[in-house]
Write a protein that binds this ligand. Structure first.
Ligand SMILES: [Fe+2]
Length: 429
């Protein structure tokens, strides 16, 4: 059948045999398949039928995920999604009985964490009161949300104390909404032309993680994750390492540790000891910690600079840089030249939303004249440029599953062995 998606593949079969210390002969007998069939599976990336996947997963402690074909992932260096395609995806969503939002798709792929939408607010407000009766609130959602504003839009949210708040936003302003923050948007533009680019994304709580959580004892799990302070995190780490407070105090030569951890300022020396002995990551306790927060960023408070500083191919308006939230960076990019010298490659997945008609995208010999409302997804590590006098775009970069931890682990593997990480072909024992 043409265009049939290959869901399961034999690509990782040799690796699975290796990990379970099965030779081909042993595996063939246990799975009751012929030598010829097994050889063909091991020779190249072949589609596995669901019956064989079921057999493998019932015979051995293997998760079907390990047999998912890599071909199922978006397999091109970039994807372009035009404004006209976006317009065709338009649908009006009612809240209650009134038309509340017009939604349009922008670029999306199945290998990246972005779930972006173009949204026009159809509810017009004549005042800025957060308890306006015309507003229809949602319950919040697990996906993190970044929003870029085009025109006069009010953003309403419930703050940490449970109070309704309003942020009066204009073109170039942006904000971040953390999971499960109830929110809504309304227009202050009489012509109802104002809109937002709402880029929701999965952080580290992926579908796979959700499945795992489902299998844990709920009460015990909730006790473990209910830490709100550094002290709670240290409690968890001590428990994980089977060491009591008093023993740990002796080890690191500190008295009254509980009290010290409760104070607002943790001495540098103590931080060093906690990092060294318990691998505590202090990023999670910095004042700008994201979780449970809404962060509003006004256009005039963003840091602005040139990239590269010498060539000045681009000017950057940095909106957010939160490395500890999936390596997130969000910025407005302005191309300053008709011929840019510098590439915009990155270790992150990139989402680009075009904000005017002056931008040209260049990838190898391919050239695309971009229009306002077009969008692009670009894979990590791909070299590309954009150019054009004052061509403007919104850019969002996310690490997806290429976290610092994974990049570091990969960086410790010899270059010659990286090919084996990607595709293990041989029996190694
Ligand atoms: Fe939302």
């Amino acid at each position: 059948m043409k265009n049939r998606i290959q869901i399961f593949s034999s690509k990782r079969l040799r690796q699975i045999f290796n990990d379970l210390k099965r030779t081909s002969d042993v595996a063939k007998n246990e799975l009751k398949i012929s030598t010829k069939q097994l050889k063909s599976y091991l020779r190249k990336d072949k589609s596995l039928d669901i019956k064989l996947v079921e057999k493998i997963c019932s015979k051995w402690p293997i998760h079907p995920q390990e047999l998912i074909s890599s071909k199922i992932l978006f397999n091109k260096p970039y994807r372009f999604f035009s404004n006209s395609k976006s317009r065709k995806s338009s649908r009006t969503i009612k809240r209650g009985k009134i038309n509340y939002y017009e939604y349009r798709d922008t670029v999306i792929t199945n290998n990246a964490p972005f779930k972006p939408e173009w949204i026009r607010q159809l509810c017009l407000v004549k005042n800025n009161k957060p308890n306006n009766k015309n507003l229809k609130w949602n319950k919040g959602h697990l996906l993190h949300q970044l929003t870029y504003f085009v025109g006069k839009v009010n953003y309403y949210y419930i703050d940490k104390k449970g109070n309704k708040k309003v942020a009066i936003m204009n073109t170039g302003d942006a904000m971040y909404i953390s999971p499960y923050t109830p929110h809504t948007f309304a227009s202050r533009d009489k012509n109802l032309n104002a809109h937002i680019i709402a880029v929701t994304f999965t952080g580290k709580i992926t579908n796979e993680v959700q499945n795992h959580l489902f299998s844990f004892n709920k009460k015990n799990f909730k006790n473990f994750v209910s830490f709100k302070s550094l002290k709670d995190l240290v409690n968890m780490k001590l428990k994980d390492n089977c060491i009591t407070y008093s023993e740990f105090e002796k080890t690191i030569n500190e008295n009254n540790l509980r009290k010290k951890l409760n104070s607002k300022k943790i001495a540098l020396n103590l931080r060093k000891k906690l990092r060294e002995h318990l691998d505590i990551n202090f990023n999670y306790f910095f004042p700008k910690v994201l979780l449970g927060n809404t962060i509003i960023k006004k256009d005039n408070s963003c840091l602005k600079y040139f990239f590269p500083q010498k060539n000045k191919d681009y000017s950057i308006k940095n909106i957010f840089t939160f490395n500890y939230l999936s390596g997130l960076s969000m910025f407005e990019l302005k191309a300053l030249k008709t011929k840019s010298k510098s590439y915009l490659d990155s270790s992150k997945h990139q989402y680009i939303y075009v904000l005017n008609n002056n931008l040209i995208f260049k990838y190898n010999n391919r050239v695309l004249a971009l229009k306002e409302g077009d969008s692009l997804y670009i894979k990590p590590f791909e070299k590309f440029k954009v150019c054009g006098k004052n061509g403007k775009a919104l850019c969002i970069r996310l690490e997806g599953n290429l976290s610092d931890q994974i990049m570091f682990e990969l960086s410790r593997i010899n270059t010659k062995d990286l090919e084996r990480v990607i595709n293990e072909k041989e029996k190694w024992f």
